[in-house]
Write a protein that binds this ligand. Structure first.
Ligand SMILES: C[S@@+](CC[C@H](N)C(=O)[O-])C[C@H]1O[C@@H](n2cnc3c(N)ncnc32)[C@H](O)[C@@H]1O
Length: 242
């Protein structure tokens, strides 16, 4: 293995490898999220029907916000995360009869997909944990996980505003979050901006194209939280040393 490879198991910003963080995750996020509605919103946004013969990979699955609902609709679900304690939380929420959901303790840069190429790769609120260079490498790897014509869904904080407005836009956004989710979550959003690696929309669009994706849809309600529907339009020729 190359010694210069980014260590994605060393968390930046919020440390999801800590049991305490995993313990409070769902309770905190349910102040402003409804996982089931989010899953439905995602499949509507992607125009997905007949998922019963499709395979999905969820990268940065956390406590299973997407993966657990996906298991009710997709043929096979691979749920991947660098945090074993987040995966343990997800497993505890599972109905015992679920046989089509496989958890893997790995990440964007280390997960080796050994199943059939996927129809859909999704990542929600996780991709910003990689710095931009490694985001690009992760996209190359996501391309390789997918069938030709398959879809990549990214849901993350991506800056969609003019860089010159950064201060007022970020302060206003953090204040809005505090109103909805309280003081504790304001601290988490500040950590996100300071210590994690969200990037600008125009940078991400270029990276997606370089990785063989066409952006079919992009939606952001607040200039921060953004959804992308991207289609794999080319096979890549690069090789990775095992
Ligand atoms: C904010 S949580 C999002 C979890 C889930 N997707 C959701 O929507 O609730 C971020 C997750 O990304 C994971 N993560 C961080 N860096 C990662 C990486 N390089 N590869 C895969 N997962 C990563 C963390 O362990 C954490 O579970």
């Amino acid at each position: 293995m190359n010694k210069w490879l980014y260590n994605e198991f060393k968390h930046c910003g919020v440390d999801y490898s800590k049991a305490g963080q995993a313990d409070v995750y769902d309770e905190q996020h349910q102040k402003f999220r409804n996982y089931e509605n989010e899953f439905k919103g995602m499949t509507d946004f992607l125009g997905l029907h007949d998922m019963g013969n499709k395979t999905i990979i969820d990268l940065g699955c956390g406590t299973g916000a997407i993966a657990i609902f996906a298991a009710d609709f997709f043929k096979t679900v691979y749920a991947v995360d660098v945090s074993d304690v987040m995966i343990e939380k997800a497993k505890k929420k599972l109905n015992k009869n679920v046989h089509n959901l496989r958890f893997v303790n790995a990440g964007f840069l280390s997960y080796n997909h050994d199943g059939e190429p996927a129809d859909l790769v999704v990542t929600k609120a996780a991709y910003h944990h990689l710095p931009d260079f490694w985001k690009q490498i992760a996209l190359l790897r996501m391309n390789r996980m997918l069938k030709m014509g398959g879809l990549l869904y990214i849901h993350d904080i991506v800056f969609q505003f003019d860089p010159q407005e950064y201060e007022s836009r970020i302060n206003a956004w953090i204040s809005r979050f505090e109103e909805v989710a309280g003081e504790e979550f304001r601290l988490e959003v500040e950590t996100h901006i300071r210590d994690e690696y969200s990037t600008f929309g125009w940078i991400l669009k270029g990276m997606l194209e370089k990785a063989g994706f066409a952006v079919e849809k992009c939606r952001s309600v607040d200039g921060f939280i953004t959804e992308y529907a991207c289609r794999k339009v080319s096979e890549l020729s690069y090789k990775e040393t095992p």
